[in-house]
Design a protein around this ligand. Structure first.
Ligand code: MLT
Length: 221
């Protein structure tokens, strides 16, 4: 399937193919898939199709290669982020999304991020720094990427978070803190805790994200 190196990012692109989608939604939703550390643009395709089978897909590969594997921004240590790089990369990604929506003739007001781990962290960065980029987001195993000087207006943006109670990479207070921060910005946050859960995802969490997506975006617009 189509993996292209264009608009500054290697990315996978797939247009909404379901006929029913074309019939019911003139402008389908686009999922922006954002992989975890060491992943690539194909990692979350199956998950994305499970969450939103009728959506178009844009899946860029992270461009930060400081650790020798793709990530979306540089970190100084596990959980310790290079904030200047994070800001630069979030803006670069937001510009890419805007250009991709134009190039592929997709609706820029209907982009929903689905991010895992490092991908969830850059998705949270987009929400906090370039909120116009996303209509909503699924954040799997996310942390607080940064606290911006001026909080964005995220009112009415639905956000689904799933966190693991015993995640060795994401401390519980990080997931809670991010949910609180996003709510403070006006977002409608659904936070699901996986009891005893670790960093890896379960099928149940993907099913919950699918239900959340159907409730919030199928009749969107
Ligand atoms: C990050 O660096 O974004 C987080 O520590 C999660 C990860 O390891 O990717």
């Amino acid at each position: 399937m189509p993996i292209v190196n264009d608009l500054g990012f290697i990315h996978y692109v797939e247009f909404a193919s379901a006929k029913s989608d074309r019939e019911t939604h003139e402008n389908p939703t686009t999922l922006l898939l954002l992989h975890g550390t060491g992943g690539n643009e194909t990692d979350l395709l199956e998950m994305g199709k499970q969450i939103a089978p009728e959506a178009a897909i844009i899946s860029p590969r992270g461009k930060s290669l400081d650790e020798g594997v793709p990530r979306y921004f540089r970190r100084l240590a596990e959980g310790l982020f290079d904030i200047e790089d994070l800001k630069f990369r979030a803006n670069e990604l937001a510009d890419f999304v805007r250009a991709a929506m134009r190039k592929y003739n997709l609706d820029p007001t209907r982009v929903v991020a689905v991010g895992y781990s490092n991908g969830a962290n850059i998705a949270a960065g987009l929400l906090l720094l370039r909120p116009e980029t996303l209509a909503g987001a699924v954040l799997f195993r996310a942390m607080i990427p940064l606290v911006p000087e001026n909080l964005p207006d995220l009112s009415e943006k639905p956000i689904f978070m799933a966190a693991g109670e015993s995640d060795p990479i994401v401390p519980k207070e990080q997931a809670e803190g991010l949910a609180t921060l996003l709510e403070k910005c006006g977002a409608l946050v659904t936070l699901h805790w996986r009891t005893g859960g670790a960093h890896a995802l379960t099928k149940e969490e993907i099913v919950l994200a699918r239900e959340w997506f159907a409730t919030n975006f199928i009749s969107f617009g």
